[in-house]
Design a binder for this molecule. Structure first.
Ligand code: UGA
Length: 434
């Protein structure tokens, strides 16, 4: 089938690449000419393991193309996925101006039936606004449908998530839209890619909010439990294992640490609180989820203060700048909390990350960046772990201790065994473990 995807960010590019991988003909449209030129030259604008290969393979096979023209995109396919950004607005609500712009332009150009599919994370009832906008800007005799198809892929494992999803959620209100989306997802479902779930549009829109906020809640829950573990002398990893073996709970997203970051959870929790408020419901539970997440970072900062006493002139090596491993994304990353605070307190910072340093450098150009852990931790008074990169686990504890001025490790990701760390001579502070 022919498909147009508008927006070549994480969601748009991965979705487009994966649709072409299962045999569809895909045109990805982005108004950013620089990005489109990069993609045409097979350079990825984002770091995502495996994405470059999928893109290269499908471009070579003639199934995947890139364009800056939305007129061309509208003409090209009956189904148009809208995957442009919905950044946070001033009060936490999603800013839908990019979505509106795309809808208006598609409406102006369409000359026969089109199905507009919301792929970006949008507030419930956005489909109604899209319909009104199409009716206002299109020729009145052109039929169309709007559908919602929220995306659940994670950065770092995006290809796998897109090709083997647990479920494909689709919100439709016409048989024609349902048939088109079933045909698009048929090859993915046929490969063993989960369940195709059809529902009303508002329900599909809400499923995305409810899922992301639930996962954020799980993380804040275990982080709150980790605080109680510290007070009670219990081990949060053991508690999480004990809980997670109950299939109703599950072990995933029960990893205590410095809290969640990234471009999704912080923004989506805020947007859901705001949306609920507008609809007349005070979502106190989610406000607490947010507070616990912030408090977790403050708590780890306290551990650093406690250990260093005076931060001024201490050398602190930070391992991990990305908001999680296997991505170069630093949006809402824990590093963005710790770096300014430690710098303000007078610490001499040395920063390491295998892929995210360029993105971090764009925000803090004048700090000391290292490409290998060995150089980064040399003569450090304290090592702070913020992202659980495997390179840190593989580095070797003896080697780490021999390089540091003082063997002090504050581990925001619970990567090491506290007993082993103590036995190897480290002062080791982690989260929720004795
Ligand atoms: C998240 C969701 O997991 C995806 O399903 C969703 O499609 C995506 O948002 C989105 O809305 O686009 P992502 O932000 O890429 O995906 O990353 P996650 O793996 O969910 O991790 C988010 C944050 O939570 C990271 O900072 C991670 O370190 C933290 N986390 C995760 C924990 O602190 N503990 C855990 O147990 C799990």
């Amino acid at each position: 089938m022919k498909i147009t995807i508008v927006g070549t960010g994480y969601v748009g590019l991965v979705t487009g690449a994966c649709f072409s991988e299962v045999g569809h003909q895909v045109l990805c449209v982005d108004k950013d000419e620089r990005k489109v030129n990069m993609l045409r030259a097979n350079k990825m604008p984002i770091y995502e393991p495996g994405l470059d290969e999928v893109v290269a393979r499908n471009v070579a096979a003639g199934r995947l193309r890139f364009s800056t023209s939305l007129a061309e995109g509208t003409e090209y396919a009956e189904v148009i996925f809208i995957a442009v950004g919905t950044p946070p607005g001033v009060e936490g609500q999603a800013d839908l101006s990019y979505v509106e712009q795309v809808v208006r332009e598609v409406a102006e150009h369409m000359s026969s039936y089109r199905l507009l599919v919301e792929k970006s994370t949008v507030p419930v009832n956005t489909a109604e606004q899209i319909k009104r906008t199409v009716l206002r800007y299109s020729r009145k005799d052109v039929a169309f449908d709007v559908a919602s198809n929220p995306e659940f892929l994670r950065e770092g494992t995006a290809i796998e998530d897109a090709l083997q999803p647990d479920r494909v959620v689709v919100g439709v209100e016409s048989e024609r839209a349902s048939q088109l989306l079933r045909a698009i997802y048929e090859p993915i479902i046929a490969r063993g890619g989960g369940v195709f779930v059809e529902m009303g549009i508002a329900s599909a829109e809400l499923t995305k909010h409810a899922s992301n906020s639930f996962l954020a809640m799980k993380i804040s829950y275990i982080n709150a439990v980790s605080r109680i573990c510290e007070l009670a002398g219990a081990d949060v990893e053991q508690v999480a294992n004990g809980m997670g073996l109950d299939r109703r709970i599950g072990r995933q997203f029960l990893k205590a640490g410095v809290g969640y970051g990234g471009s999704c959870f912080p923004k989506d929790v805020d947007a859901f609180v705001h949306l609920a408020d507008q609809l007349g419901y005070d979502f106190d539970l989610l406000k607490n989820v947010r507070q616990i997440n912030e408090a977790q970072r403050d708590h780890v900062m306290q551990k650093i203060r406690h250990e260093l006493w005076v931060i001024q002139d201490k050398t602190v090596a930070i391992l991990g700048l990305a908001f999680k491993p296997c991505t170069d994304d630093v949006r809402e990353a824990a590093s963005l909390y710790f770096v300014p605070r430690l710098r303000e307190a007078g610490a001499m910072l040395r920063l390491w990350d295998p892929v995210a340093t360029d993105n971090f450098k764009a925000l803090y150009p004048d700090l000391a960046y290292f490409t290998d852990i060995e150089a980064c931790v040399r003569d450090a008074d304290l090592v702070l772990i913020l992202t659980e990169w495997s390179q840190i686990a593989d580095f070797g504890l003896e080697r780490l201790r021999s390089l540091m001025k003082c063997p002090v490790v504050v581990d925001g990701r619970n990567m090491f065994d506290p007993k082993e760390m103590r036995a190897k001579g480290f002062a080791y502070h982690c989260v929720g473990r004795p």
